[in-house]
Design a protein around this ligand. Structure first.
Ligand SMILES: Nc1nc2c(ncn2[C@@H]2O[C@H](COP(=O)(O)OP(=O)(O)OP(=O)(O)O)[C@@H](O)[C@H]2O)c(=O)[nH]1
Ligand SMILES: [Mg+2]
Length: 307
C-alpha cells in the first residue's frame, strides 16, 4: 500500500535497469526503510554477477584517497561504478563520511559514478543491515563494478569478506611498528595487500616485516597474497593495483562465488525467520513464563522456534 503523499510510481526491475541515478537512490531508500515494493523489486531483478570490491583498512589509512584514484582508472575505461561508503560508527555525521565526501568530491556529479554513504544503523559494528540487498539493486541498475569502502574496525571486516569478491586491505607504515600486535582478523580477509603512504619513512621496512610475518597472522601462504605499494595522494602505484583488481575479479574462483551466494541465502533466510518475531510479544511471553520455577531461557527460546 502506498503511503499517504507517496505518489511516486513503483520502481520495477525494468525501470531500475536503465540505471538512472535518482531511481537507484530511491530504490536504495525503499530497501533501507523496508517500504512497500522493496521485496517485490528485489524478487524481480534477474541474477547477474557484478564484481564487488571491498576496500578496507585502519582509520585514516587512505582508503578514500585510494578509492578516488581507482575511480579515475575505472572511469578512464568507461566503466559505470557504484561506490558505497560505510561508516561503522553509529553517527551519520562522523568524520569518516565527511572525509569520503571531500576525498571523492570530484566524482559526485560524474554520470558514470554513483556514490552513496551508508550508516551501519545499529548493526553491531557491521556494514549495514541491507547491504546485500543494496548491492543487488546496484547490479540490477547496470553498474559494472561495486566498490565498498569500510573502516576495518569491529565486525565490518568480517562482513566485507562475506560480501566482496575481492578485498583490498589498505595498510600504512604506521599501522604497526609491530605488526604482531595488529588485529589478526583484518589480516585474514585481505586478498590484495596495499601499503599506502609509501612516501612515509619506514615504508620499505614495513612491507618487509609485513611479508615476513604474514604466515603468523593468517592461514594463507605468501604466494597467495600480492602486495602493492601506493602513494594515493600522488596517484602512484595505482596502475598496478588497478590491473590486479581487474585481473582478480575477471577470474573469480567458482568456489568463492558459490560460498558468497550461500552466505547471502543464509542471511536472507535468517532475516525472514526473524521478521516473524515481535519483540513486544516476546517481552510479554517472557514476563508470563518467568515466574515458573523451572523457567529456562534456552528452553523458552527453543519452544518458540518450534523445535
Ligand atoms: N603522505 C600521504 N598521505 C596520504 C596518502 N594517502 C592518503 N593520505 C592522507 O591521509 C589522510 C586520510 O586519508 P583518507 O583517504 O581520508 O583515509 P581513509 O582511510 O579513507 O580514512 P577514514 O575513512 O576516515 O578511515 C588524508 O589527509 C590524506 O590526504 C599517501 O599515500 N601519502
Ligand atoms: Mg574514508
Amino acid at each position: 500500500m502506498p503511503e499517504p503523499g507517496d505518489h511516486k510510481p513503483l520502481i520495477t526491475a525494468d525501470v531500475l535497469s536503465h540505471g538512472d541515478f535518482q531511481t537507484v537512490a530511491r530504490a536504495i531508500s525503499l530497501v533501507e526503510n523496508a517500504r512497500p515494493g522493496a521485496d517485490e523489486l528485489l524478487k524481480s531483478i534477474p541474477y547477474k554477477h557484478v564484481p564487488v570490491i571491498g576496500i578496507t583498512g585502519p582509520p585514516g589509512a587512505g582508503k578514500s584517497t585510494l578509492t578516488d584514484a581507482l575511480i579515475k582508472q575505472f572511469v578512464g575505461e568507461e566503466k559505470k561504478l557504484a561506490i558505497l561508503c560505510v561508516d561503522p560508527s553509529s553517527s551519520f555525521h562522523s568524520g569518516a563520511l565527511l572525509g569520503d565526501r571531500i576525498r571523492m568530491n570530484r566524482w559526485y556529479n560524474h554520470p558514470g559514478v554513483f556514490i552513496r554513504s551508508l550508516a551501519s544503523r545499529g548493526t553491531v559494528g557491521g556494514l549495514h543491515p541491507q547491504i546485500f540487498q543494496i548491492t543487488d539493486l546496484l547490479s540490477g541498475a547496470g553498474f559494472d563494478y561495486i566498490l565498498i569502502e569500510t573502516v576495518g574496525v569491529g565486525q565490518s571486516e568480517v562482513d566485507i569478506a562475506r560480501l566482496a569478491d575481492l578485498v583490498v586491505l589498505v595498510l600504512v607504515p604506521e599501522s604497526g611498528d609491530d605488526i604482531q600486535t595488529m588485529k589478526s582478523g583484518i589480516m585474514e580477509i585481505g586478498d590484495l595487500f596495499v601499503v599506502n603512504k609509501s612516501d612515509r619513512p619506514g615504508a620499505e621496512q614495513f612491507l618487509l616485516s609485513l611479508k615476513s610475518s604474514i604466515h603468523y597472522q593468517t592461514a594463507k601462504s605468501i604466494d597467495e597474497i600480492s602486495f602493492y605499494q601506493t602513494i594515493a595522494t600522488e596517484e602512484k602505484g595505482i596502475d598496478e593495483l588497478f590491473a590486479a583488481i581487474k585481473k582478480n575479479v575477471r577470474h573469480p574462483a567458482p568456489a568463492r562465488s558459490l560460498k558468497l551466494l550461500t552466505q547471502k541465502a543464509w542471511q536472507l533466510i535468517a532475516a525472514q525467520r526473524m521478521r516473524d518475531i515481535n519483540t513486544e510479544a516476546l517481552r510479554v511471553a517472557i514476563e508470563k513464563a518467568m515466574p515458573d520455577a523451572d523457567f529456562n531461557i534456552y528452553r523458552f527460546a527453543e519452544s518458540l522456534s518450534g523445535k
